[in-house]
Design a protein around this ligand. Structure first.
Ligand code: ZN
Length: 120
């Protein structure tokens, strides 16, 4: 059985689109974090509440950056696996990942059994 049995073209397209979106998101988040000067709005350092909000938003954007980078990494790995003809096989047990799972999470590297084991 080859990966031609699977509709990798549409999945590859979806992953490519996702990668473009994640890269844009990453740039957006980084721009926001680096350039705080023009985006403070009516920020007033004399009001502690504003300061707290500012710090909270900075933490949020850092969390977001980590998640986006992790996701981007998975998407790029999935694209590489399509090129290698290994896409759709679990990286852990080597069994085929359910098609329905790939449709939902096209960037996953693990079958649902191994994923569940990792998360437990
Ligand atoms: Zn597995």
């Amino acid at each position: 059985m080859t990966t031609e049995m699977m509709d990798t073209n549409s999945l590859r397209q979806r992953l490519s689109d996702l990668r473009v979106r994640l890269l844009a998101e990453l740039n957006h988040v980084r721009d926001g974090a680096d350039d705080g000067s023009g985006q403070m709005g009516d920020f007033d350092p004399n009001h502690p509440a504003d300061m707290a909000t500012e710090m909270f938003e900075r933490e949020m954007s850092e969390t977001l950056t980590e998640n986006v980078e992790e996701l981007l990494h998975k998407v790029q790995r999935a694209l590489a696996r399509i090129e290698q003809g290994k896409y759709g096989l679990c990286e852990d047990c080597g069994k085929a990942i359910a098609q329905a799972r790939l449709e939902t999470v096209p960037y996953t590297s693990f079958c649902i059994t191994c994923q569940a084991r990792q998360e437990s």
